[in-house]
Design a protein around this ligand. Structure first.
Ligand code: 13P
Length: 256
């Protein structure tokens, strides 16, 4: 597999953290620290922080993403946000199917698929999250489960649209727990995802797809993880809330 055929992306997932004014301050602090990155740098922020984030990131190498999107174009869906709304603000990326959405907000493989298609139809890049729970890993079904999640998420996605799909492998047991997958575990499952994409879209598309690892990635362990042949960057939670830690991860991906 040739890493040169795809972009490494370090994306922050702020989750439910930072107000608009805190957003401006944090991005201003991050900008000079990540300016020399050769990987792509993305910050996915809460909806209400998006205008402040876009403004603060203007003229920098930081792209802005959202943390979710609804699958309908418009209508009676109180509290929801459409892909067109995000587009008009200048959002380029959107996280879909994060395990916290699956766990707390009733997200299923089917709704992940619908959101992915809505995001892609609107021209957004979809960061689709997949990953197993600890019991599933212990049962030895990680590969099958992650392959299935990937396949369902991509139902009806065209080969052309695949160019705007990023997959984030996030083992649920590693999220926010300080328990990181080993570099070998991360690489093994990212390789399963790449093989799944190859079975659906062919080898060339699989080699061109960015597959990230996420789950307690931090300034200390990032370099080893992103150096793995099938790990193309990371989706970073807690460590993306600190300018110094996030920039160390970005620069590790740049050197990796
Ligand atoms: P942590 O980096 O805080 O473990 O979160 C990972 C994550 O969920 C990114 O989407």
């Amino acid at each position: 597999m040739n890493k040169a055929k795809r972009a490494a992306i370090i994306a922050g997932n702020w989750k439910m953290n930072n107000t608009p004014s805190q957003t401006t301050a944090l991005i201003n602090e991050m900008k000079p620290k990540v300016a020399d990155a050769s990987c792509k740098v993305v910050l996915c922020v809460p909806y209400v922080d998006i205008p402040a984030a876009i403004e603060a990131a203007k003229g920098s190498n930081i792209a802005i993403g959202a943390e979710n999107v609804h699958f309908e174009k418009s209508g009676a869906f109180t509290g929801e946000i459409s892909a067109d709304m995000l587009n008009e603000l200048g959002v380029e990326y959107v996280i879909i199917g994060h395990s916290e959405r699956r766990q707390y907000f009733g997200e299923t493989d089917e709704t992940v698929n619908k959101r992915t298609r809505a995001a892609l139809d609107a021209g957004l890049t979809a960061i689709v999250c997949v990953g197993e729970q600890l019991t599933e890993r212990e049962q030895g079904i990680t590969a099958e489960l992650v392959a299935m999640q990937t396949k369902i998420a991509l139902l009806g996605v065209s080969a052309e649209q695949m160019k705007k799909v990023v997959i984030a492998y996030e083992p649920v047991w590693a999220i926010g727990t300080g328990k990181t997958a080993t570099a070998e575990q991360a690489n093994e499952v990212c390789a399963v995802i790449r093989a799944t994409i190859a079975s659906l879209y062919g080898d060339e598309a699989a080699e061109a797809t960015t597959i990230q690892y996420g789950g307690s990635m931090n300034a200390k362990n990032a370099a080893e993880l992103v150096a793995q042949p099938d790990v193309d960057g990371g989706l970073i939670g807690g460590a993306s809330l600190k300018a110094e830690d996030f920039s160390v991860i970005v620069n590790a991906a740049t050197n990796g």
